[in-house]
Design a protein around this ligand. Structure first.
Ligand code: APR
Ligand code: PHB
Length: 394
């Protein structure tokens, strides 16, 4: 088989890239290790920046998002038992974010790809990338007992943190930056009305909690838990009881509980790979970087990587220029590091770090107090939360 761009991974990054390339008349084949149901079964964050909404619109998959997503102009920070609203819209000249789950984004992209009849190979085993240091890269995989080869001009590594593309790069040609946090997030999804119409980020001596949502009838909550905890140790009742202890009394009273639809523990990590281009192979999305989920930057960064990559490839094919391809890595990394810094800082501010002692706790409370009482402080959070424009600092 021959195509222009072979995309490894059919998560949101790979599917979005496929869609943007298709709109520009560039052929791509996607090769995915898992089944579509498996891909849709992964529950991840659900807050989209304006830039992400714009890219999804451009890709022609924004209709359901606009119909069903919830626009939020602010969120609450809770500490020392009291909630304080960060009025994002007021502080950023009217910017808002869209609450719309990654699962739904992925579903919309899958449907669009299927409707356009574009090729995706699911359940491909032993996917491998070859010869991306030359002008004739290849992707091979096994399916139904046969080995298949895709010859292409470029490989897009959209295969997530555990993918094969980054792993195929020789150690000396890549630098990895990593910080692993000493706790995880226990998440619970339930068909119950959200406790509040906006998100609540809660700092407490018992640990961080987040009250999020997927719709007016579906809630998503998280608790900071030790890395040693197993999800089986947490009954639904234990989860709800602990969440109530970490929320303010009014929220705790209003919290509607119910059976969990999903419950899982995710570790927290900051991770960046440099560079993101290796000859004719590019990394995009979680393949190149991971942020801790505080602030929900993961999907948004993936969307902007992909937008930059699509532009670079369009420039290559339509304008016969390699300038975009050459600039891809640096351009992405500038934006990635900004979001990495914010996600690390917001994580450090909001979580409980027993190893920092009581004085660490006091420092966090004083910083939060400063942030909510200073317009500049509040704007710093708001500006980062709504995200950078696509062409920032270029
Ligand atoms: N061969 C083929 N496909 C693979 C391989 C492989 N060797 N390894 C992984 N994959 C697939 C995975 O099964 C997955 O479907 O690549 C896809 C990667 O998808 P994601 O992990 O969702 O990564 P990405 O598309 O970059 O999306 C980023 O995910 O973790 C969140 O916060 C993050 O929201 C952001 C988004
Ligand atoms: C979520 O809804 O899953 C979510 C929202 C905001 C975050 C992280 C996760 O900061």
């Amino acid at each position: 088989m021959r195509t222009q761009v072979a995309i490894v991974g059919a998560g949101p990054s790979g599917l979005l890239l496929g869609q943007l390339l298709h709109k520009a008349g560039i052929d791509a084949v996607i090769v995915e290790r898992q089944s579509p149901d498996y891909v849709l079964g992964r529950i991840r964050a659900g807050v989209l920046e304006q830039v992400t909404m714009d890219v999804l619109d451009e890709a022609g998959v924004g209709t359901r998002m606009h119909a069903e997503g919830l626009l939020h102009g602010g969120f609450d920070l809770l500490f020392k038992g009291q909630r304080h609203r960060i009025d994002m819209a007021k502080l950023t000249g009217g910017k808002q974010v869209m609450v719309y789950g990654q699962t739904e984004v992925t579903r919309d992209l899958m449907d669009a790809r299927q409707a356009a009849g574009l090729p995706t190979v699911y359940e491909a085993a032993h996917v491998a990338v070859h010869d991306y240091g030359t002008d004739h890269p290849r992707v091979t995989y096994e399916k139904d007992g046969q080995t298949h080869t895709i010859e292409c001009d470029f490989i897009a590594g959209c295969d997530g943190f555990h993918g094969v593309c980054r792993a195929s790069v020789p150690k000396g040609a890549i630098k990895e930056f990593e910080k692993v946090y000493p706790f995880g997030w226990l998440g619970l999804l339930a068909d119950t009305p959200p406790v509040h119409h906006e998100l609540i980020y809660a700092h407490s001596t018992r640990g961080f909690a987040l009250a999020s949502q997927r719709s007016l009838t579906r809630s998503r909550y998280y608790l900071q838990v030790p890395l040693t905890d197993q999800v089986e140790q947490w009954s639904d009742q234990a989860f709800w009881d602990e969440l109530k202890r970490r929320l303010d009394p009014q929220a705790a009273e209003h919290l509607v509980t119910g059976p969990s639809l999903e419950k899982s523990i995710a570790p927290l990590r900051s991770f960046v790979t440099e560079p993101l281009r290796f000859g004719r192979m590019f990394l995009a999305g979680d393949a190149g970087h991971i942020v801790p989920p505080t602030g929900a930057k993961g999907l948004n960064l993936a969307a902007t990587d992909v937008k930059y990559l699509a532009n670079a490839l369009i420039e290559f094919y339509l304008d016969k220029s390699e300038a975009g391809v050459d600039a891809y890595s640096e351009k992405c990394l500038k934006r990635i590091w900004r979001a990495e810094r914010f996600s690390w800082w917001f994580t450090s501010l909001m979580h409980h770090f027993p190893e920092n002692g009581e004085i660490g706790q006091k420092f966090q409370e004083a910083e939060l107090d400063y942030l909510i009482h200073s317009e500049n402080g509040a704007r710093t959070i708001a500006e980062n939360y709504v995200g950078l424009p696509l062409d920032f600092g270029q």
